[in-house]
Structure formats: structure tokens, C-alpha cells
Design a protein around this ligand. Structure first.
Ligand code: ZN
Length: 244
């Protein structure tokens, strides 16, 4: 079975549509989403509707939790907070209910892969460095219930951490062979707000043996003007152009 892994859509309809069109053209039927459907951009309901209609399995992100009031955005910077409060006022009751009931983690791919948002024990914390990765590899090692391959989001940065014999390496290859002797923490990058200075939408494909990363251009200008017209902070519109 082949799976497409998407993450951090953040209410960016144009980016989500392009990513899904590409995934469809690859003939992939199963999609797993690593959370943060909403926040930052202007089409929260449209994005959630697509995820629900297509039956895409999804975990809860930190923005999703705040958009439905499970948490308050007090620890967010003022720009992100504004976008969360804007989103709160617009979500339909059905979509609030959907976001509220998302799980914190999913196991898929015949039990071989784990899907999370932030880090294994905490949706809120980032895996930003090899040291963060090392800590999470430790959790994977100690819990026999966890697969040795984990897909995470939250940072919006496409990369792969590989652990072999206690040593952690950061891989930036476009294709990675999954070895039975190693553990992996892999981030597909952000669909709707990439932060690795490549503004194109990001996703990956996993087939049980290999991970392949994809980037595709989408009509950023359209998303940008929607953000501005919605009265959301202009910084959120501008950062899309540079991929940060
Ligand atoms: Zn995010």
C-alpha cells in the first residue's frame, strides 16, 4: 500500500488542492494528515470539508486544539493568536466537532508507521534538532508498542532524522530507503505554510520500503490576496511568498 503524508495545511485551500491533485495523479488512495488543518490562512472550513469528504485520517495539531477552544492561544505570538481567534469565529459546528475529536496519534501501514503532530508524547513540542530527535528515538526504543518509523509535522520543515546504533543523522535526500536496522523521524514539510525557504507546497509518499519527498508550485498570489482581504495580518500573507 502506498500512502501520501501531508501536514500543516493551515487553511491554505490552493496549496491543499494542488497537493491532492498531485497525489491523485500518482494513483495514491490512502492519505494521512499530521495535523494543523487550520490557523494562519483564510479557508479553514473549505480545507476541513475536503479532509472530511475524502476520509483522510488525521491527527490533531496545536492550532486545531486552539481553534476549537480545547486550549487558549495565550502562548502564541500576536499574529498567530489573531488568526486563531479569526478562525474560531468562522468554523461550522460540524467542523468544530470534527477537530475536537481528532486523535493525538495514529498507527498505520500494517503497524509499521506512527503519525504525530509535534513530538511523540506532546503535540505542542517541536522536533527541531538532532537532540530533539534523539530524545524521541529514545521513547521509540523503550516502547515496544511504537513502530520504528514516525512521521511528524509542526516545524513545517522537510527532512528526515535517521538513527542507526544510537547515532542520529539528518538526511535531506529526495528519496530515502527505509532500513529495518534503523529508526526514522520524518517530516514531509508544510502543505500550506512551508518554512524551509521553498514556498512550494510539500508532501511525501511512503510505500513501506521507501519515502519520496515532493514539492509543487501552487497559486500563492491567490492565497496571499485572500489572507489580506480577510483582514488577517499581512505578515501571514507575505511569509507565503518566501516560504518562511
Ligand atoms: Zn503548523
Amino acid at each position: 500500500m502506498r500512502y501520501a503524508i501531508i501536514s500543516d495545511i493551515h487553511s491554505n485551500l490552493e496549496a491543499l488542492e494542488v497537493a491532492l491533485k498531485e497525489i491523485d495523479s500518482l494513483g495514491i488512495k490512502e492519505i494521512v494528515c499530521l495535523g494543523d488543518l487550520v490557523g494562519y490562512n483564510a479557508n479553514p472550513n473549505e480545507c476541513i470539508d475536503i479532509i472530511r469528504e475524502r476520509g483522510i485520517r488525521c491527527v490533531m495539531g496545536n492550532h486545531d486544539a486552539r481553534a476549537v477552544g480545547l486550549k487558549e492561544p495565550l502562548d502564541f505570538n500576536p499574529i498567530a493568536r489573531k488568526a486563531i481567534l479569526w478562525t474560531r469565529g468562522r468554523l461550522t459546528p460540524e467542523n468544530i466537532d470534527y477537530l475536537r475529536n481528532l486523535p493525538g496519534r495514529l498507527i498505520f501501514g500494517d503497524g509499521k508507521a506512527l503519525a504525530i503532530h509535534g513530538s511523540i508524547h506532546n503535540t505542542e513540542t517541536y522536533i527541531l534538532t538532532p537532540w530533539d530527535a534523539s530524545e524521541n528515538f529514545g521513547i521509540m526504543r523503550e516502547d515496544p508498542g511504537l513502530p520504528s518509523l514516525c512521521f511528524f509535522g509542526h516545524t513545517h520543515v522537510r527532512l528526515c532524522y535517521q538513527e542507526v546504533g544510537g547515532r542520529v543523522m539528518t538526511l535531506y535526500d529526495d528519496e530515502i530507503e527505509i532500513s529495518a536496522d534503523a529508526r526514522y523521524l520524518i517530516n514531509p514539510g508544510g502543505v500550506g505554510q512551508p518554512r524551509d525557504l521553498d514556498p512550494r507546497t510539500a508532501f511525501l509518499v511512503y510505500d513501506g520500503e521507501r519515502v519520496v519527498f515532493f514539492r509543487r508550485p501552487y497559486p500563492i498570489e491567490k492565497t496571499r490576496s485572500k489572507v489580506v482581504r480577510a483582514g488577517l495580518p499581512v505578515e501571514l500573507a507575505d511569509r507565503l511568498m518566501v516560504g518562511w
